[in-house]
Design a binder for this molecule. Sequence first.
Ligand code: SF4
Length: 279
Amino acid sequence: MAELNLNDLHDTEFPLPDGLQGTFAITSLSKIYNWSRRNSMWPMLFGLACCAIEMIGTAASRFDLSRFGMEVMRASPRQSDLMIVSGTVTKKMIVPIVRLYNQMPEPKYVLAMGACASGGGPFKEGYNVVSGIDKYLPVDVYIPGCPPTPQALLYGLIALQHKIDGQSLANKDDVPWYGVGPSEPTPIPILGPDIIDPRQMDLIRRQAELIAKGLPHGVRELPPFQLKKSAPKKALATATTTESGGGGGIERDAAALEIIKRKRLEALARKKAREAVTA
Ligand code: SF4
């Protein structure tokens, strides 16, 4: 367990006299909450390929994950905060990986370890390999290398700690799990002749109908799934129209965004009303 240093916890907005440095701390709730989370992050105990051997080496005595409070690798996703995707992600394995991710409690993080997990690595475009775990799960930290050394993994874990330090309980866009209402589970991909992402089901269906009528059906391969948060609304609309020749999906996306926006505004109004009553 990392040693408690009060200077790390102290908020620099409130200067302390020299005599009290290191013995006294004035801090915010976010800072103390993040400090406790970053120093007790429990990774899930699973590995996929050669990169996993380096991950195991990192947990052994020479490198010692205990310094980060991360030595307790959990065999259950329900007790894990961090998923280290260490190795080649095959189309067969992506299904249980997404299911395990859904079973992890929030706040949860994903670390893509090595070239395979980050983008397919030496097997990219292989018939049985997924070209990067980020096509299905939101990745927080990528570690390059084939395989990355234990030092590189430690660097990635430190980068994740820095990311947690910068998160605020008040910023709902930064940490979606503090937002309004329960978050949606990630759809579990369907393993067919080729892997299918259920979020692209409308597009797949429209393409199949065009193929059945003998009409040109646009792109041969489906475009990668875009997370709604990172995709600009306009670009998403243009892409869907060009590829599918129809606008039904866009209307549905816009309606869903409208509902989320309305719920957020309602929650903010409720919060303001509560604060007004307390004041
Ligand atoms: S990145 Fe290299 S070492 Fe890691 S799983 Fe892929 S092939 Fe193996």
